[in-house]
Design a protein around this ligand. Structure first.
Ligand code: MN
Ligand code: MN
Length: 466
């Protein structure tokens, strides 16, 4: 932020500027370099489980120990990661601080909108074998037909062994596809409103077309698919029922534009903040204890054992209090803690001006977005940052030259959204929402600016160090 009108050196206007105009050449180069690491991260983290697995791998490479809540804290360890069901994780750096003074938290979510499967997904119709999905999270249904899909899942076999099925991301692997009606025959649907044009039950994933040889068999194409699955993975319909199988867009992460300023990828909500918080967490030299909490199930309401409402956080904090022989009570620990809730927001899209309040929306390339509050209509379900806290954060960003901007989702009545900030705030932790602005948010191919990813990483890092 920089202002042009001053009285006695005091800035009067709140105006944001492009990172590319105000960041030093060396910072711009760092942003390019960070983007390379980010793209690699995205291509290995297409599901919530893959994201946690990759985070755990990077954490271990950076000296963190995986700690089991059922075992003693290994002696002398100050950096650790706790993993819950492979879908959520809490990373802790004890720093030099005492638990009694609280911690600095970052929280981000690892799940993204996708296609899950119904409980009995495999069927045959018109000599085509399909999987029937159940969409997960807030999607626009018209995005999903004719988008190449990859199957990414984990299955527990009868013997208790967990296996992975990952098909469709490598160039030599097949993809899966939901069909769409040709325009020649689509007059009736063309006249429907966008939200009603495609029914959820019309989103079915083509998985096979070759029958078994036996012409007397029933459902010959479905049977061929089952035979293939059994031969390759030892699974049948019972395992399709018990498994975690996700279909995600198979697009590779790519640079966008002649200047390569943007990154296109599936799953940037909220893996851009997962990456930026992780990077900041691993590099921060913090005195106070720092905690990075990566949660699942944000897109479906944050409930369940791996969501932000879970008592997993209490499991970990109580464990640390006990193992470190701290005198502090868990609620006092929360009360003395502060947090950044790191999630994405909408960037201004000039093609759809009508949806935004142009004076209040975030802009691509203007740095990390501080959102004072997020919610619906008359501030329903709003978590709002306290003035003293938000003031301290902005002072910190001025001092450390973090490029930042204000942001707000859209016009008050054009929709809205919630974030995971509330789940920490309800625990009486001081929280502010801060993240990266995206174009095409919740689509199969979201866009982010390299400038904003770098600014977010830097913002999270200086927060943990102060
Ligand atoms: Mn999000
Ligand atoms: Mn979302």
């Amino acid at each position: 932020m920089a202002n042009k009108r001053k009285i006695g050196g005091e800035e009067l206007f709140l105006k944001s500027e492009l990172f590319w105009d105000i960041a030093s050449k060396s910072e711009q180069n760092k942003a390019e370099k960070l983007a390379g690491e980010y793209k690699d991260f995205l291509d290995r983290a297409k599901t919530e489980k893959q994201t946690i697995a990759r985070v755990s791998e990077l954490a271990r490479k950076n000296g963190l120990t995986v700690v089991d809540l059922n075992e003693k804290l290994p002696k002398g360890k100050t950096k650790m990661i706790f993993i819950n069901r492979g879908k959520s994780a809490i990373l802790v750096n004890l720093g030099k601080g005492d638990m009694a003074v609280g911690a600095n938290f970052l929280i981000a979510h690892v799940d993204s909108p996708r296609m899950d499967l119904k409980v009995k997904p495999l069927y045959e119709d018109g000599e085509i074998a399909y999987f029937k999905p159940n969409y997960y999270g807030g999607i626009k249904k018209y995005h999903w037909p004719v988008t190449p899909l990859a199957m990414q899942g984990t299955v527990v076999l009868k013997n208790g062994q967990e296996i992975e099925i990952n098909i469709g991301l490598k160039d030599d692997e097949p993809i899966f596809l939901i069909s769409d009606l040709l325009p020649h025959l689509d007059n009736e649907r063309n006249d429907k409103p966008l939200g009603k044009a495609i029914d959820a039950e019309e989103l079915n994933i083509i998985v096979g077309t070759k029958p078994v040889a036996d012409k007397k068999a029933k459902e010959r194409v479905k049977l061929a698919v089952l035979e293939w699955l059994y031969k390759n993975y030892k699974i049948g319909e019972e395992e399709l029922f018990t498994a975690d199988i996700r279909f995600v867009p198979a697009h590779k992460t790519r640079d966008v534009g002649f200047d390569r300023g943007l990154i296109a990828s599936y799953g940037q909500d909220d893996r851009v903040c997962v990456f930026a918080t992780l990077k900041g967490f691993l590099e921060a030299r913090n005195n106070r204890m720092s905690i990075l909490y990566l949660v699942d199930k944000e897109e479906t309401g944050s409930i369940g054992a791996t969501g932000a409402e879970s008592f997993f956080l209490e499991n970990v904090i109580n464990y640390l209090i006990r193992e470190l022989k701290s005198e502090v009570g868990i609620y006092d620990f929360y009360r003395r803690s502060k947090a950044i809730s790191a999630d994405v927001t909408a960037a201004y899209d000039p093609d759809y001006k009508q949806a935004y309040d142009p004076n209040n929306v975030a802009r691509l390339g203007h740095g990390v977005v501080i959102e004072k509050y997020v919610g619906y209509r008359g501030k329903s379900y709003t978590m709002e940052a306290e003035p003293f806290f938000i003031r301290a954060i902005i002072n910190l960003f001025h001092k450390n030259k973090v490029v930042w901007q204000t942001g707000h989702l859209g016009k008050a009545d054009s929709g809205g959204g919630g974030t995971i900030a509330g789940y920490l705030s309800n625990r009486n932790i001081e929280v502010v929402d801060m993240g990266v602005a995206l174009l095409n948010m919740h689509s199969p191919y979201e866009l982010s600016s390299k400038a904003d990813i770098y600014s977010a990483y830097k913002g999270y890092k200086v927060f943990l160090e102060n």
